[in-house]
Design a protein around this ligand. Structure first.
Ligand code: GDP
Ligand code: IMO
Ligand code: MG
Length: 421
């Protein structure tokens, strides 16, 4: 069975934890887009792992983890991540980690550009400043450095020199920035290339005969950060939705059996952009404190609000979701009343028809549910959840027209309740 797992909101839905759980019966776990803007958390035996580039399946010994061509790789971050994981006892070798030769590299000048552009913008995006956008720009403008270029010293030297010349000119003239030095970058990155080289592997050949293997495609970010279907321009620079999984992995021969959409039982967002059900003050603080809503990558406080079913319905359609996975239900445990957005209205009070072009111009209308005041963490199976919690989930299923397969009720690996497989 081959599965795609994507986020249905603005990222941080708990994909890492769910991927770690679902990959138990998979052979190969592939990241297909994004870069180290992602922070995917898995908690095992009270040890916390946050993955930025390496697929969340790496904690399980018998899996192959692959970084597909659609991912942008910061070699420095990759080597740090490998080193840190090895120090924590995780086995990583060229046998269980494969990196596509066609991944584009995030270089120091991409990080600087990300920062400078953000400073200059009148309307900030609130990027992670990891160089994601500028790297994808170079890929599409056809001057990017790919893994295959990086591991060939002559090509790397040429490409680095010409890129740096051009970037430095822009840094100097447009931003009044001194620019970066070839030798500094080359001396550091040539060493990184040697460390990464053994992991680089042509997927086309390696995964050629994959009919008897099962794949899990690990999405990063969330549907409303998608460069096409998200809240543009407050989005990331890649296609994060399910249809991009095969393209970003470069694996045309894999037949997809299910598309799993991960959603939090409420909503969060990091960075700028519209968020119809956003709460402020004490209400937001409640979610942030109980839910530990601080970015896994940048540590920024996440904006918090109620579950938005209008948004989720759109995400279900865009991704063709066949199974829902609801996370962080336990964060709602002590609430007296739980609200869910079930429609949008315009400024004049009329109902919004179709999906709005600008989520900043509409207001949410809520349906209320009574809370359950029972710790969901104590449930050993789905039926152990409070009847009110089960009603909340049944309402979500019926509104979205998709069944919930799993409910996550705690950060620990085992805190997952199966509703259907
Ligand atoms: P991702 O980017 O989608 O993988 O999500 P993040 O790792 O950025 O953020 C999710 C956070 O919620 C992490 O700190 C997880 O450990 C935590 N988490 C995941 N599922 C649950 C859950 O069901 N309950 C609780 N309390 N925490 C969860
Ligand atoms: P995971 O995979 C939450 C957000 C940033 C910013 C916007 C653009 O952990 O769910 P970028 O650096 O990508 O150019 O920033 O996208 N963003 C995320 N928000 N979770 C993520 O990843 C994110 N990756 C990017 O905060 O608003
Ligand atoms: Mg995250």
């Amino acid at each position: 069975m081959n599965s795609i797992v994507v986020g249905l909101q603005w990222g941080d839905e708990g994909k890492g934890k769910i991927i770690d759980y679902l990959c138990q019966d998979k052979d190969i776990i592939v990241r297909f887009q994004g870069g180290n803007n992602a922070g995917h958390t898995v908690v095992v035996d009270n040890k916390k792992f946050v993955f930025h580039l390496i697929p969340s399946g790496i904690l399980r010994d018998d899996k192959i983890c692959a970084i597909g061509n659609g991912v942008v790789v910061d070699p420095k971050v990759l080597v740090e991540e490998i080193t840190e994981l090895k120090a924590k006892g995780v086995k990583i070798s060229s046998g269980n980690l494969k990196i596509s030769p066609f991944c584009h590299l995030i270089m120091p000048y991409h990080r600087v550009m990300d920062e400078l552009k953000e400073l200059k913008r009148s309307k900030k995006i609130g990027t992670t400043k990891r160089g994601i956008g500028p790297c994808y720009v170079d890929k599409v403008t056809r001057c990017g450095i790919r893994m295959i270029d990086f591991i060939d010293d002559e090509t790397f030297t040429d490409k680095l020199r010409s890129n740096l010349e051009e970037k430095n000119e822009t840094f100097n003239k447009v931003f009044g920035h001194d620019g970066l030095t070839f030798d500094d970058i080359y001396n550091e990155y040539a060493k990184l290339a040697q460390i990464i080289k053994p992991y680089v592997c042509d997927f086309v050949d390696f995964f050629e005969d994959c009919k008897d293997r099962s794949f899990l495609f690990e999405g990063a970010q969330g549907t409303f950060l998608d460069v096409d279907f998200g809240t543009y321009p407050f989005v990331t620079s890649s296609s994060v939705i399910a249809p991009n999984a095969l393209l970003g992995a470069g694996l045309a021969s894999v037949k997809i059996d299910e598309i799993c959409g991960v959603a939090k039982a409420y909503t969060t967002r990091v960075g700028e952009g519209p968020f119809p059900t956003e709460l402020d003050g004490k209400d937001a603080e409640y979610f942030r404190t109980i839910g530990g809503e601080f970015g896994a990558t940048t540590g920024r406080p996440r904006r918090c609000g109620w579950l938005d079913l209008v948004l989720l319905k759109r995400a279900v359609k865009v991704n063709n979701i066949t199974k829902l996975i609801l996370t962080k239900l336990d964060i709602l445990d002590d609430m007296d009343t739980i609200k869910v957005c079930t429609k949008y209205v315009n400024a004049d009070g009329s109902e919004v028809r179709g999906f709005p072009a600008d989520l900043g111009k509409i207001s949410p209308v809520y349906t209320e549910f009574s809370g359950w005041h029972k710790p969901s963490k104590d449930a050993l199976k789905f039926d152990d959840l409070a009847p009110e919690a089960q009603d909340y989930i049944a309402f979500i299923e019926s509104f979205l027209g998709v069944r919930v397969g799993y409910v996550s009720v705690g950060e620990k690996r085992e805190a997952v309740l199966e509703k259907f497989k």
